[in-house]
Write a protein that binds this ligand. Sequence first.
Ligand code: ATP
Ligand code: MG
Length: 421
Amino acid sequence: MGYQTPRGTYDILPDEIAKWNDVEQVIREKTRLYRYHEMRTPYFEDTKVFKRENDSSDMVNKEMYTFAMGSESYTLRPEGTAGVIRAFDQHKLYGSMELPARFWYMGAMFRHERPQKGRQRQFTQFGVENIGAKTPELDAETIALGYDIVKSMGISSVKVLINTLGDDESRAAYRSALKEYFAPYIEDLCGDCKRRYEQNPLRILDCKVDHEKECMAHAPSLGEYLNEESRKYFDRVLECLDALSIPYEIDEKLVRGLDYYTHTVFEVVSTRPDSGAQATVFAGGRYDHFVSYYGGPDMSGIGFAIGLERLIALATEEGYAFSQEPQLQAYVIGLGEVGPAVLKTVQMLRREGFVAEGNLVPRSLKAQFKSADRNKAKYIVILGEDEVKNGTVNVKKTGDRSQETLPIDGLAEALRRWENE
Ligand code: ATP
Ligand code: MG
C-alpha cells in the first residue's frame, strides 16, 4: 500500500467539500451580521503561549504537538483563544479598537489524542473572542451567536448547558471546600486527579476516568459558594437567554477543560442518542485573567469554539441540504481541426460569466456528446471547420433538443436570453 494520511487526520475530497464551503459561508455571514472581525494567527506559536504556568488541563499537559527548533520550543496550536489574545496584546489592539473588541477565527487545530468518531488529531475550529468588557448581556449574546450558527445548519437537537464558576472570591472559597472534601478520597482517584488536586481541584469534577465514582456524586457544588455578586451576574445571564428564547439547562458539574475560566461557562451538546462521548458541538466561557497574561491590561473576555467536523456531521445527520456543484451551462464540442477555436470560445463564455467546459482532448463526436450529457450541460455549442471559417456556431439546447446556428459574436447574448426565458 502507498502512503496514508497520519492517524487522526483526513482528506476532504471533492464530494465532501461543498459541506465545508456551506458551513464556512454561514459562519462568514453570521459574523458579518454580528460585526465580528476576522483574525488569522500562526499555526504554531512559542510553546509558552499555550503552556501557561500551573495549567492542569489535559490539552496542555498531554495533547500538544511540541517540537524543538534549535533552542526554541514551538507548539502547533491546540486551540484558538491563546493566539488571538497574544495578538491582541502584542499589537496593543486594546488601545486602537473600540471595546469590547470582537474577533473570530477559523482553521486547523492540533491535539494528540486518541482518534475516534468526532475526535481527530487535526480538526477545525471556528471560534470568537469578545474582549474588554464584562456584562451578562455580552455573555448571552456570545452564546446566541454560536446557537444561531448551529440552528442555521439545520440542527435542532441541541441544548445549551450552562454554569457559573463565579468570581475569584467564590472560586477560592469553592476550591478550599473541594480540597477539604477530596482529601480523604485522594488515594482512590486517578493519577491526573492527584495532580489536579494540587493544581486546580475544580478540574477533578471534569475527569473522564473518575466521574462515576461515589465521591464525585457527593462533592460540594459551586452554587453553595457563590457570593452575591456572582449569583446576580449569573441570574442576569439566564434572564437574557430567556429573553432570546434560547433553551438551556443549568449543569452544576460543568467546569470546562481549561483553567482560565471565571463566571459563565457553557457547552452546546447534541441530544441525539447516538452522539455519545463526542456530543459537545461547542464550548466556551468567560476569562478574567487571560489578557494580562500575555502582557496586556487586566481585561475580561468571553469566547467559544465550535468543532466544525462535529457541526458538519450533525448537520448531515439532520438532513441539511448542502449545496450542489454548479451546473455546467455550456459544453463546447469540436469537429475536426478546431482545437484553438474551441478553447477560444470556452474562454469567451467564461469571461461572460457562464460555467463552461470544452473538449480539449482527441475523441469522437459521439464521445464528446456523451461527455456533455454526463455533465448535464444545458447547452452544447458545436464548432466544425465550416463554422470556424464562417464565424458561426451551432447551439443545441438540451432541454427541448432544439438547435440553432448563430454568429459567434451573438452566442453569449443568446445564452443569456435563453437563461432568462
Ligand atoms: P472534549 O471534552 O470533547 O475533549 P474539549 O473540552 O477538549 O472537548 P474544547 O477545547 O472546548 O473541547 O474545543 C471546543 C470544541 O472543539 C469541542 O466542543 C469540539 O466540538 C471540538 N473539538 C475539540 N477537540 C476535538 C478533536 N480532537 N477533534 C474534533 N473536534 C474537537
Ligand atoms: Mg478534549
